[in-house]
Design a protein around this ligand. Sequence first.
Ligand code: NAD
Ligand code: ZN
Length: 342
Amino acid sequence: MSVTIGTIGTLLSDFLSKKAYTQIVILVDQNTKKHCLPKVDLIMPAPKVIEIKAGEKHKNIETCQKIWQAMTNLNLDRHALMINLGGGVIGDMGGFCAATYKRGIDFIQIPTTLLSQVDASVGGKLGIDFNGLKNHIGVFTLPNAVLVDSQFLQTLPSLELRSGFAEIVKHCLIKDQAKWKTIKILDLEEQNLPDLIAHSIEIKKAIVAEDFTEQGPRKTLNFGHTMGHAVETFFLENKSKKLLHGEAVAAGMIMESYIGYKKGMFAEESLNEIEEFIFAVYGRIKIDKADFNAIIALSLHDKKNKGKVVRASILDKIGSCQYDIPISKVEMKKALEYYVGG
Ligand SMILES: NC(=O)c1ccc[n+]([C@@H]2O[C@H](COP(=O)([O-])OP(=O)(O)OC[C@H]3O[C@@H](n4cnc5c(N)ncnc54)[C@H](O)[C@@H]3O)[C@@H](O)[C@H]2O)c1
Ligand SMILES: [Zn+2]
């Protein structure tokens, strides 16, 4: 699998020139149909399109059934290609549908959000949410290509851009102290995104290449995600306020840095640096004390756990992360209290 960065027209024509497919279908949601499909239409006039409703709440088995049905109605055979044009929801779910349709057909990812460009499109994780549990059902299957063009981001809502930026911050914190020093002094608007996208993809690719099935170092990519996922899931199930993935992960990075600090693994000044930057970019999510136990209970479903022990990836210094660190309910509660300012 290759991840290539450039102009979508050139990237897609190059890919399509290499292999003849019996049919090509493009999966979009209503937003990427409007904003992104026209950029791809130029290379592939009148493509076959499957459209689904946008949003995480549609990343489920019911939508998969609609996609598989549409693929069946189009008579796609095993030599067809599926192009997933959209954010992480389209990529994860479209990839999952392609990887399972007739035991798997070729598919490529064209990520159109910052989050999907720097994270979701690299590493072969595909899947859907199930009964409120994030990415509970899924497979590891690599796409045939990932084509990244930062031009798509021009139409992305600013909150979505900020959400994706959290994964860039994460990549710097776990692997590249020098890059962290360059981003932490800038506002989001001042960041050099094309450069950071390439940087993040390189970091994630290198980590995934070392450990595809996540037995070891790949777990460091989950920094901020143990508590972040729990908070995200809690809001998805219980709150009318929408919480974006990256916003939850940004909060999770503060909480897990605090846990590292309390364990004596991580310096207080580094915790302060991270906290200052994340609060400046993301603000503080309002979490009620009464909801702490429910959030902690959700962390038990985390796929990184072994048995009933919650394991997290914890920084030992900026640019370096350890994994499989057991964390207790008490530590999680203290981290939530610290985050909300209690
Ligand atoms: N597979 C992985 O390794 C991995 C890693 C991280 C996250 N994820 C998953 O990714 C998902 C989140 O991804 P996301 O943040 O991209 O969400 P998303 O796919 O829901 O996209 C966010 C919103 O932006 C819209 N949009 C997309 N591209 C646009 C564009 N260019 N212009 C205007 N609007 C556009 C979408 O329609 C949607 O409303 C989650 O489900 C998460 O679990 C997967
Ligand atoms: Zn993430």
